[in-house]
Design a protein around this ligand. Structure first.
Ligand code: GLU
Length: 298
């Protein structure tokens, strides 16, 4: 093991909510209970990034008793590296320029078996004239990966063997922003992350990422996609669901300790009315007793 690591990779777009915090706790438990380093990565590439949100997120994680190892990585500092990887794929003939708008993609005719939301291949089939006309609009193209599979299989600790769509997904957006799927693969591989624990909402993107990792010569990580926290309607928890951040909850008299205790109970790691520390949870942690269903936060 030695250098191997797990990680938590929040988007610093605001305070973490209970769902994010529980996923972070799980990622920490998985990594630390197996002797791995635990790394923190700020996914701050897009314009949802809010100044100061990173520091608040880290303070909340520390309040729960989590710790992490250096170096802390900010994706915004790695743009040159992402560009270099995209350039290498382009040099290998694995990319193409895409001028499609979101709307064109939604409205494009697609093959009957084409998976929903998959790129319909429009810009791959352009004639030279059509391409010239698209270039003339002056709209900078996105760069997409030229894939040679429709599906890819990943191994997930909870879901088992999971097969999902791999389309010609975006590597760099038209505005120059490196895409999440590219950055996550490059960063995990280059920082020694070979255990990825994150929310179930990202399971469907794992086949694309594992495929790209393989293409770049990296070993795909071991995945654990863990159940989400949902609201009373069964929908993924969001900031609209009332007091869901440590700051909001503190204002209602609910402490970080109370939140940790509730999360521990939800993971079958603590008894009713028991107060626990993160270190105690580490001793008790067993992936086999994790609930398989989402946790309803009301
Ligand atoms: N930054 C992503 C999020 O906050 C997580 C990415 C990942 O874990 O791969 O949803």
């Amino acid at each position: 093991m030695g250098d191997d690591a797990g990680r938590y990779a929040p988007s610093p777009s605001g305070d973490l909510h209970v769902g994010n915090l529980r996923t972070a706790l799980l990622a920490w438990l998985f990594a630390r209970s197996t002797g791995r380093r635990f790394l923190m990565r700020m996914e701050d590439l897009d314009d949802r990034t809010v100044d100061g949100a990173d520091a608040r997120q880290l303070a909340d994680l520390a309040d729960l008793g989590l710790d992490w190892d250096p170096p802390m990585l900010y994706q915004s500092s790695r743009r040159d590296r992402y560009d270099a990887v995209i350039d290498s794929l382009t040099a290998a003939g694995r990319t193409f320029d895409c001028y499609c708008t979101r709307r064109e993609i939604l409205e494009a005719p697609r093959a009957p078996h084409a998976p929903e939301g998959a790129y319909p291949g429009t810009c791959l089939r352009l004639t030279d004239d059509e391409l010239a006309r698209r270039r003339e609009t002056g709209r900078p193209p996105a760069i997409r990966l030229r894939t040679d599979v429709d599906e890819f299989i990943v191994d997930d600790g909870r879901h088992g063997s999971y097969s999902g769509t791999v389309d010609d997904f975006v590597l760099r957006r038209g505005d120059g922003t490196p895409a999440y799927n590219l950055a996550v693969v490059v960063d995990d591989a280059e920082s020694g992350v070979e255990q990825v624990v994150r929310g179930d909402d990202l399971l469907a993107s794992a086949p694309r990422q594992a495929y790209l990792a393989t293409l770049l010569g990296y070993e795909p990580p071991a995945y654990w996609h863990v159940p989400l926290v949902v609201n009373a309607q069964g929908k993924r928890l969001s900031k609209r669901d009332g007091a869901v951040t440590l700051t909001d909850l503190a204002a209602q008299g609910v402490s970080a300790q109370d939140v940790l205790d509730a999360m521990a109970r939800s993971l079958n790691l603590a008894a009713e009315a028991e107060s626990v520390t993160a270190a105690q949870l580490l001793d008790r942690f067993d992936p086999a007793v994790l609930p398989r269903e989402p946790w309803v936060w009301v």
